[in-house]
Design a protein around this ligand. Structure first.
Ligand SMILES: *[C@@H]1O[C@H](CO)[C@@H](O)[C@H](O)[C@H]1NC(C)=O
Ligand SMILES: *[C@@H]1O[C@H](CO)[C@@H](O)[C@H](O)[C@H]1NC(C)=O
Ligand SMILES: *[C@@H]1O[C@H](CO)[C@@H](O)[C@H](O)[C@H]1NC(C)=O
Ligand SMILES: *[C@@H]1O[C@H](CO)[C@@H](O)[C@H](O)[C@H]1NC(C)=O
Ligand SMILES: *[C@@H]1O[C@H](CO)[C@@H](O)[C@H](O)[C@H]1NC(C)=O
Ligand SMILES: *[C@@H]1O[C@H](CO)[C@@H](O)[C@H](O)[C@H]1NC(C)=O
Length: 378
């Protein structure tokens, strides 16, 4: 008995992660994990009967926020749409740094969209993310939170969530880095299409399977939420996580039916919140994708239980699942006071300097292009 007590005692003074990996050996149950304590087990069980509850859908983006994407793609598709309660729809932009125009980030935030982080470098080598240590990941995630706060002028506490590049979760390292970076939820973890998981916390070991290229956390991270990306079934019946990766092709009605049926597969079973990953490559390289998405959104707008919300609002809903009649889209009173200015900045590439034109809401331009380990651009 004594050694065990001693172990618990020591664990209390160790770091958060060491402490909680002990609790993690217990299975998650309704008795030890209560929503009043901010805990939810990973599962496909949600509020019932499903006919009483809303179907939440979250439009999510993880590309650099640039004026051309806002003007050519996002504004016509996603601005000026409303939910059944009459409030504007929302969604979440997980913003990577390179090429981002921070005046556009501020404008999206002011419109009621949520801003989260992707990373500073969005390094395209999978190995970089698979092998990154905690300090590199903190430099990526916290650094990008700080860049967004400073150059878009958004309160840092509003930047709550993260999506890792290429959905490559690096096991405990990623969640330890989230904890150290003040990030409260993850949006990088696909769930198989037949396991329609609701958002949950990582107080206890997740029962979600992990992508083969990624590694999933084994320690406990109390109160940190995971918003599973429920797969769609794409071309050749393959599981897929983003609209583009599904590689579906056909005329507008065919693609619209595929989107509507993919939502219906979840809406008719348990109404787990649905995360849609929307990339410009889908619009650029798949014929009829744009018209199909418009028809899909128009169709969803005729259903009185479907709400397009931010990822943070889906977490709030999980903490207190209310019926359709009591559900209200969160509306913010945010003003866009950005006075955009274009800063010509250079980034040291070792043997040469690359020039960037960064649009910022800060009065003073930084000295160099902000980058990992130097988010202020000093
Ligand atoms: C983390 O990885 C970086 C890059 O590989 C390396 O420079 C650094 O020393 C590592 N830090 C720790 C604490 O291991
Ligand atoms: C699947 O992809 C192939 C090759 O691109 C294409 O010819 C076919 O139409 C696609 N099938 C569906 C159902 O989208
Ligand atoms: C798609 O087109 C938009 C608008 O021209 C462009 O900004 C974006 O970079 C393109 N995306 C890809 C992945 O080619
Ligand atoms: C897309 O549409 C263009 C123009 O109609 C056509 O030439 C092209 O073959 C189509 N691409 C695919 C993959 O269907
Ligand atoms: C919204 O904010 C502005 C200034 O920040 C304030 O003047 C206005 O009263 C607020 N409106 C509401 C409805 O809270
Ligand atoms: C890059 O810029 C830095 C700082 O402005 C300067 O000191 C350095 O000489 C430049 N390097 C090259 C290769 O031009």
């Amino acid at each position: 008995m004594k050694p065990i007590l001693l172990l618990f005692f020591c664990a209390g003074v160790l770091s958060f992660d060491n402490l909680k990996s002990l609790a993690n050996t217990e299975p998650c149950t309704d008795a030890n994990c209560k929503i009043e304590d901010g805990c939810r087990c990973s599962s496909a069980n949600g509020p019932t009967p499903i006919s009483d509850y809303p179907q939440l859908i979250m439009l999510t983006f993880d590309e650099a926020v640039r004026e051309d994407l806002v003007n050519l793609q996002w504004s016509e598709l996603f601005f000026d749409r409303t939910n059944p309660d009459g409030a504007p729809i929302s969604g979440t932009f997980f913003v990577p740094h390179e090429f981002t125009d921070y005046s556009q980030v501020k404008a999206l935030w002011a419109r009621g969209f949520e801003i989260g982080v992707n990373s500073i470098t969005k390094n395209n080598l999978a190995q970089y993310w698979q092998e990154a240590n905690v300090s590199t990941l903190v430099a990526e995630f916290l650094g990008q939170r700080e860049i967004i706060a400073k150059f878009a002028g958004i309160p840092i506490e509003d930047v709550k969530g993260a999506r890792t590049p290429q959905l490559l979760i690096d096991g405990d390292n990623t969640f330890t880095a989230y904890h150290q970076s003040g990030i409260l939820y993850d949006s990088s973890w696909p769930s198989r299409s037949d396991l329609m998981f609701f958002p949950y916390t990582l107080d206890y070991l997740s029962s979600q399977s992990c992508l083969s290229e990624a590694s999933c956390p084994v320690s406990s991270f109390p109160g940190i939420w995971v918003l599973p990306i429920i797969d769609f079934i794409g071309n050749s019946s393959r599981e897929c996580h983003s609209l583009y990766d599904c590689l579906m092709q056909g005329d507008t009605d065919f693609l619209t039916d595929w989107l509507v049926n993919s939502v219906e597969n979840i809406r008719s079973v348990n109404k787990a919140p649905i995360t849609l990953l929307i990339e410009s490559s889908w619009f650029n390289f798949t014929n009829n994708s744009r018209d199909a998405l418009i028809q899909f959104l128009d169709h969803m707008a005729t259903l009185n239980d479907v709400f397009f919300v931010s990822q943070s609002q889906a977490i709030e809903y999980m903490k207190n699942p209310v019926k359709i009649s009591d559900f209200h889209t969160t509306v913010y009173n945010r003003t866009n006071d950005c006075i955009p200015q274009t800063c010509q900045l250079s980034r040291d590439m070792g043997t040469w300097n690359q020039t960037y034109y960064m649009v910022s809401c800060e009065a003073d331009c930084p000295q160099t292009y902000p980058w990992i380990y130097n988010p202020e651009g000093n």
